[in-house]
Design a protein around this ligand. Structure first.
Ligand SMILES: NC(=O)c1ccc[n+]([C@@H]2O[C@H](COP(=O)([O-])OP(=O)(O)OC[C@H]3O[C@@H](n4cnc5c(N)ncnc54)[C@H](OP(=O)(O)O)[C@@H]3O)[C@@H](O)[C@H]2O)c1
Length: 306
């Protein structure tokens, strides 16, 4: 099968298209033919080994000290189950699924992958029926992170919520999920992304290059840092008493229940992935070059079958 492999950390050019052995499912695994994957900000960080100084050594110990342990990147996928191990009860051949590859020893930049039906760090679920594979692949990590952090912030109805960095993947889902609770969502992003965040349900907006949200008079119940580029210290200036600050820098956890909720919201039409650009598997170097710029809007998809 075709896969994109990286043997060393570095620039996008370390990603090489190779022919490798198609995997065989173990007793508790599904063999999934991947139709679509994504390039997340986590993928480009792992490829370039761009970890904050304090976390550099622990991260390299987990992900590979001298060279990457997980040679195939790609943390999200959507595809069809083509074979199952003898102990698999939750899925059958022919099911369309979507999910993550978190902490598995291989990723979704490949034509096939084996995924356990259940494991500690990641999740797989039946794909939302109304979405394409490309759309479904763009949902799990960004939307689960948004749900986890909004739950941590104890989101209730009709609150004032500020989403800082609303045009990224996590931000675009946080705006939509807060909006479902009839919150008044204020989005902080570039002027060029105002139309995008309006279409996702934001009620007001502000360009971070022109104004500082923490210098205003408006107060918020929740400040959601969706790009890790603001701080609790700044947020405190405009948080209501008892308000919550949450950030993508916090540890989050992938939960089955959250992926089920995402499927449900997608099928009801209340959660939609924003797809910025699509690339083919052979174009992963270009896709990583694009995401490396830090300006992607929503999600970047890899159409593996094209
Ligand atoms: N904790 C977790 O489990 C978890 C999960 C997923 C992601 N993350 C982290 O969350 C972060 C965001 O990831 P993502 O994929 O959602 O988004 P992303 O693709 O990294 O964000 C890109 C967007 O951020 C905007 N942006 C860049 N600098 C900004 C600034 N200073 N202020 C406001 N907006 C800014 C860009 O818009 P402009 O062009 O307008 O600047 C662009 O639309 C990453 O650091 C990622 O590693 C954490």
């Amino acid at each position: 099968m075709k896969a994109v492999v990286y043997e060393k950390y570095g620039a996008p050019q370390v990603l090489k298209v190779k022919n490798i052995q198609k995997p065989k499912p173990k007793d508790d695994e599904l063999l999934v033919q991947i139709h679509a994957a994504t390039v997340t900000s986590g993928d480009v960080r792992l490829r370039s080994s761009d970890f904050p100084l304090l976390f550099w050594l622990p991260a390299r110990l987990i992900f590979g000290l001298f060279r990457p342990k997980k040679k195939i990147l790609g943390h999200e996928l959507a595809g069809i189950v083509v074979e199952i191990g003898k102990n698999v009860t939750e899925f059958k051949v022919g099911d369309s699924v979507f999910g993550t590859t978190t902490m598995l020893n291989t990723g979704s930049y490949a034509e096939y992958i084996c995924i356990p039906q259940k494991w500690k760090n990641g999740v797989v679920e039946l794909k939302p029926e109304n979405l394409s594979y490309a759309e479904a692949a763009a949902l799990p990590i960004g939307a689960m992170t948004a749900i986890y952090l909004l739950e941590k912030a104890n989101l209730k109805s009709e609150q004032n919520v500020l989403v800082y960095g609303a045009s990224g993947s996590v931000g675009s889902y946080a705006v939509q999920i807060a909006n479902q609770k009839e919150s008044r969502v204020k989005a902080v992003c570039s002027t060029s992304n105002f139309e995008m965040i309006k279409s996702l349900g934001a009620k007001s907006w502000m360009d971070y290059k022109k104004e500082d949200y923490y210098e205003g008079t408006e107060k918020f119940d929740i400040i959601f840092d969706a790009v890790g580029k603001t701080s609790k210290g700044k947020a405190k200036k405009v948080l209501k008493k008892g308000g919550a600050f949450v950030s993508v820098k916090m540890l989050t956890k992938e939960k089955d229940d959250h992926l089920k909720l995402i499927k449900d919201m997608a099928e009801k039409g209340t959660l939609k992935p924003f797809i910025d650009k699509s690339f083919k598997l052979d174009e992963l170097v270009q896709a990583h070059e694009y995401v490396d710029k830090g300006r992607k809007r929503g999600n970047v998809v890899i159409e593996v079958l094209k």
